[in-house]
Design a binder for this molecule. Sequence first.
Ligand code: ADP
Ligand code: ZN
Length: 606
Amino acid sequence: MTAAAAVAILRRVFGFDAFRGPQAEIIEHLNSGGDALVLMPTGGGKSLCYQVPALLRSGTAVVVSPLIALMHDQVAALTQLGVRAAFLNSTLGADEARAVEQRFVRGDLDLLYVAPERLLSERCLDLVARADLALFAIDEAHCVSQWGHDFRPEYLGLSVLHQRWPEVPRVALTATADPTTRAEILDRLALTRARVFVSSFDRPNIRYTIVDKIEPRAQLLAFIRAARTGASGIVYCLTRRKVEETAAWLAQQRVQALPYHAGMTASARASHQARFQCEDGIVIVATIAFGMGIDKPDVRYVAHLDLPKSIEGYYQETGRAGRDGQPADAWMSYGLADVVQQRRLIEMSPASEDFKRVSAAKLDALLGLCESAACRRVRLLAYFGEDSAPCGNCDTCLEPPETFDATEAAQKALSAIYRTGQRFGAAHLIAVLRGKSGDRVAKWGHDGLSVFGVGADLEENAWRSVFRQLIAGGLARVDHQAHGAIRLTEASRCVLRGEQRVQMRRLAAGRVRPVKRKEVQSPATDMSPADTDLLDRLKRWRVQEARTQSVPAYVILHDRALAEIARLRPATLAALTVVNGIGTRKLERYGAALLAIVAGTRPEAS
Ligand code: ADP
Ligand code: ZN
């Protein structure tokens, strides 16, 4: 019964054919009054899990979301579909907020999006008490985790929903899936009776690549140019300054790049974000502050110029690529300085020892991924508790890295650390190993040491890679209290004594591999010139429409829908309904215009 009604809504309102993965089961469960925890990767289709029950059940679904931009986009997209949706957050004036509140209490809303701190105010809880409730959806539920990277104290208060409205079904949703976070969500939100729905976290359309950082900018540019000129992308950097510099440099190279970070004025940030959302082919260079709440479906790549803090962070950030299911890339350049810098940030932070320990373990897991010579995806999924087989769509699968027995190199490096008194950083140690007697080496008398020049056979970059892998693997450590001096660890001694052999990845010297894209073509590339021309006209129409209505272009119709129209060339309204994402409302609203463009009788769009 529910199943048929749910599919009917999916087709009529959303214009989709079938539910994906566990969506149908989740909807059925909520609709019959159960609580749920939904773990799905970004782009997996979490929103439908509560939007469909919101339409099936009587009353309003209250959706808690910490992300204002996301609320706005969701409400815009739902309104396009003819769904009665609104939000309550700090961007509304008092009158607007009151109007929304009245609609809520009157039963005039299918969905109400609200920020957590707002929901927990006495005033808002009173409103909720007066309204008819379909369900509570708690989005980004991992924000309740104190160890997580997005902790929001307000989320801790949300267990009140259960205490006051025990009969209203609740669904918590997140794209973060490590088992600790999962347990914390269930506990802190009092979801004791909730069914847990875990989807595969795999994002098969994303290709993972992690390169040795040699000339990061040139490597990035080569990556962007390889197959992605004109595509939207996000480039993450650690600091504001680096964001500014990288964006300016990319712009000089004729990449349409815009900076985004917390130090910019609110209006500059909003304008860059709006251009990214609405125009084709903008590259945003940002600190990780950017991206929360951006759900642009056609981001073609996410590049990291600096190391994220954890696998969760990396997976969430890279997950912003390819939400539309089309081929996308996650690219990162990674080097010795990244390891040193991230370790330093943890050690020098004012946080508790417990927190530092957890952070250090998370960083180690990420370093393990970077240094891995096996499939990246297998490693990522294993971190989230999933078994899988080598994927064939990551750098190590496509071009397995060379590994070598690095025991001797490791011993030389560790001896150099020891002989120089554990007081120097990598640059000095490498100079000693390679027998470069500059001022500093001579001043310390290190040109007279037995290790002086024993490593002349390896290039400087190769030595940096050796030190990076030693530190990443815990065979040496950086002492940040002593200006970054590299020191020995317990584990170093086994290597020095010859009791442990060491395998390392060989530095892939300067290799910037142009990505082979046989099997993964963008939707436009296999089109005939006539179809491409029609697609261009459809896109121009969409841009105009988006501007007139002040909504992002994809809210009007997704790329995929436009590509289907260009290929199918529907001549009747009935034929248009076959297109993915065209439901009743969009057919009424845009059907005639789309048919006119296909027929070539709409001059202003050609
Ligand atoms: P999440 O919130 O999990 O990141 P979304 O709910 O934004 O993902 O969905 C990702 C994309 O997939 C959206 O463009 C959405 O319209 C689309 N989508 C979700 N479910 C389906 C479905 N059953 N059929 C077709 N497209 C879907
Ligand atoms: Zn792989």
